[in-house]
Each structure stands twice: as structure tokens, then as C-alpha cells.
Design a protein around this ligand. Structure first.
Ligand SMILES: Nc1ncnc2c1ncn2[C@@H]1O[C@H](COP(=O)(O)OP(=O)(O)OP(=O)(O)O)[C@@H](O)[C@H]1O
Ligand SMILES: [Mg+2]
Length: 329
């Protein structure tokens, strides 16, 4: 029985009961009136109870680099890219997860470094944070070798450096450390030649964690949400990029600007596209990520969109983006 049918039948039953009660009342008061409805006629409605199914992440044992599947191709020049925008909720983690997974499925070797204490890239790839003993915090502050922290093959071709809530302390603790801006660069540098792409999912701030990402990265991938105030804060981000470029990382540049949560039915989305394209020109990817419910559901199942809804438009556009990323070299 469908929900609508169930509701209709419940409503009918409630009306029937009401009528019986009303007629019973009037019978009591007049003791003459015939009951409108025989009690026998009342349909017994069995309500379907749909138990609420909570998704439970399966606690599979965390793998280590010893378990890593062999890589069957020669890795070229590793590209390290920070997925960055200090504005919150613009699609950084969604892009980090789904672009990395799409590139992995296209045969590339990819590492995703979760540099956000919220750990959305980690949970979105099905990694139970409670099971993670070492995270990127230990790499930045406890000199843990990054290889010991990598969880291999979270998806085809995709390894992960997870984040846990411990990372929240890093922003403050890094302040008093020597060479505090270079911690991630040194760690990631040791992995050059082992991956085709290393992505860094940045937190929504311009603190020391983000500065570490700006120093470690060769290029930036900037997601911009197709919403009012889309470009708000972008000048500040570009200023930070220029400052790091001048002092710490001369080759840093924008790799691409990605329009996210695009809804072609709204004038606003189309206006933002025009505005962003006229501001950034050719750096804007042709592929735009549409707003789809499936993309927002996938993380709660711990799966990238290419697994959760492989035939939907979310998966298609992230695969298109992956191809565009490969094409840009
Ligand atoms: N294309 C999309 N369609 C629908 N929902 C989306 C899409 N992209 C992201 N979302 C949803 O929007 C929210 C913010 O996305 P996401 O977490 O990727 O942003 P973020 O920039 O990483 O946020 P933060 O700054 O907090 O790290 C999430 O709930 C996500 O599921
Ligand atoms: Mg995020």
C-alpha cells in the first residue's frame, strides 16, 4: 500500500469514527435517531509502519599501505591541488570526494588529503573517524610519516589521508612551531611520483591549515557556488594566494574555477555563471556541477556519487570534470 493510499484510508477511518461518535452522541441526547452507520461497516485500517532505517557505516578494519593494490601504470608528474575557498558550504568536500573518485575510476592514482577538522571528505568516503588512530594532525604536529597515515584504496585508485577532530587543535598548536607553513608541503613532497593527483580538501578559513595547503599545492581548484554573494571573499582568497606566491611558493596559480550547485532554471544561477566567467575568464571549467539531491545524499552512505548513483547527472558531471582536469594537464 502506498503512503497516499494509507493516508486516504486513515482519513476515511477518522471521518467514519467521528461520524459514529457524533451519531452516538445525538442518539444519547434524543434516544430516537437511528445510528447513521453500523459499527460492522467500519473498515479496520491496518497502518503500515515503516521503521526508520538509519544508515550505519560498516566498521570495516582500516587498511594500511601494506594492503595497497599494485599500481599498474607509470606515474607522471604528480599534480598537487588544493580545493580551496574560505567561504563555507560551497562544495569543496563534495568536489574533493567526487572528483578524486572519478579520476580513480578513469585509471589515475589519486590521494585525497582531508585538511578540514570537520572531516567531511573522510566520512564521505566511508571512513569511520572513531576507527582512525592517526590522522593528518599527526603528520603536521607529531612528525608521523604520511605513509603511516594513508588509508589505501578507499575507492578504486583512491587513497585517503583522513582528518579527525584532533585537527581542530592544529590551527593553534602550529603557531608556535618552526617552519609551521611548510609542514604539509614536506609531507606531501615525499609522495611525489607515487600519485597522478594529490588533492587537499581545505577548511573554510584562511588560517594556518589553509596556508599549509597554499604552500604545499602546485595549483588551486576554486569551487564557487551559484548563489547570491558567490564572489564574496574571493578577492581575499586571491590576496592570500598572491602573498604565499611571493614569499613561499612562487609557482602557485589557479588551475580552475568550478561552478557548483548550478540550477539552470533560476535567473540567479545564470547571472552568477556570467559574472564568474567574466571575472575569471578561461580558468572557469566548462563543466558545471548541477544541484542534485543525490549529491547531498551520497556522503551519508559513505560513497562517492559514481558508486551511489552511477547513472545520474551528478556522477556524469563529476566524470566530465575529471576528463577536463586530465585534459588541462
Ligand atoms: N551539487 C550539489 N547539489 C546538492 N547539494 C550539494 C551539492 N554540492 C554540495 N552539496 C551539499 O551542500 C553542502 C555543502 O557542501 P560541501 O560540504 O561540499 O561544502 P564545503 O565547501 O566543503 O563546506 P565547508 O566549507 O563546511 O567545508 C553539503 O550538505 C553538500 O552535501
Ligand atoms: Mg568541506
Amino acid at each position: 500500500m502506498g503512503l497516499l493510499d494509507s493516508l486516504k484510508r486513515d482519513k476515511k477511518s477518522a471521518e467514519t469514527t467521528k461520524r459514529v461518535e457524533t451519531s452516538a452522541e445525538s442518539e444519547n441526547s434524543t434516544s430516537k435517531a437511528e445510528p447513521e452507520i453500523n459499527i460492522e461497516d467500519i473498515e479496520v485500517v491496518e497502518r503500515e509502519v515503516h521503521p526508520r532505517v538509519e544508515h550505519q557505516a560498516v566498521a570495516t578494519p582500516i587498511k594500511t599501505m601494506k594492503d595497497k593494490a599494485p599500481v599498474n601504470h607509470v606515474i607522471g608528474q604528480t599534480k598537487v591541488m588544493a580545493i580551496i575557498n574560505q567561504k563555507g558550504g560551497v562544495g569543496k568536500s563534495t568536489t574533493a570526494i567526487n572528483l578524486s573518485a572519478a579520476l580513480g575510476e578513469l585509471g589515475k592514482q589519486v590521494l585525497l588529503v582531508d585538511l578540514d577538522p570537520q572531516g567531511n571528505s573522510s566520512s564521505g568516503l566511508g571512513v569511520e573517524k572513531s576507527q582512525v588512530s592517526n590522522c593528518v594532525y599527526d603528520v603536521l604536529l607529531n612528525d608521523a610519516p604520511i605513509e603511516n597515515v594513508i588509508i589505501p584504496d578507499v575507492c578504486e585508485g583512491l587513497d585517503l589521508v583522513p582528518a579527525t577532530i584532533n585537527l581542530a587543535g592544529a590551527e593553534v598548536e602550529l603557531v608556535s612551531e618552526m617552519a609551521r607553513e611548510n609542514r604539509l608541503k614536506d609531507a606531501v613532497g615525499s609522495l611525489r611520483g607515487k600519485y597522478d593527483y594529490i588533492f587537499i580538501d581545505c577548511p573554510p578559513s584562511l588560517g594556518l591549515l589553509t596556508v599549509n595547503a597554499l604552500v604545499a599545492a602546485d595549483k588551486l581548484l576554486i569551487p564557487i557556488q551559484c548563489e547570491f554573494y558567490a564572489l564574496e571573499g574571493v578577492t581575499k582568497l586571491l590576496d592570500s594566494m598572491k602573498r604565499v606566491k611571493t614569499r613561499l611558493n612562487p609557482s602557485l596559480d589557479i588551475f580552475g574555477v568550478l561552478l557548483t550547485m548550478y540550477d539552470g532554471r533560476t535567473t540567479l544561477s545564470r547571472q552568477v555563471v556570467d559574472e564568474v566567467r567574466s571575472y575569471f575568464g578561461k580558468t572557469v571549467f566548462t563543466t558545471m556541477i548541477p544541484r542534485t539531491v543525490k549529491l547531498s545524499e551520497a556522503p551519508s552512505f559513505g560513497q562517492p556519487i559514481t558508486q551511489y548513483d552511477p547513472t545520474g547527472k551528478g556522477a556524469k558531471t563529476y566524470v566530465d570534470l575529471a576528463k577536463e582536469v586530465i585534459q588541462r594537464g
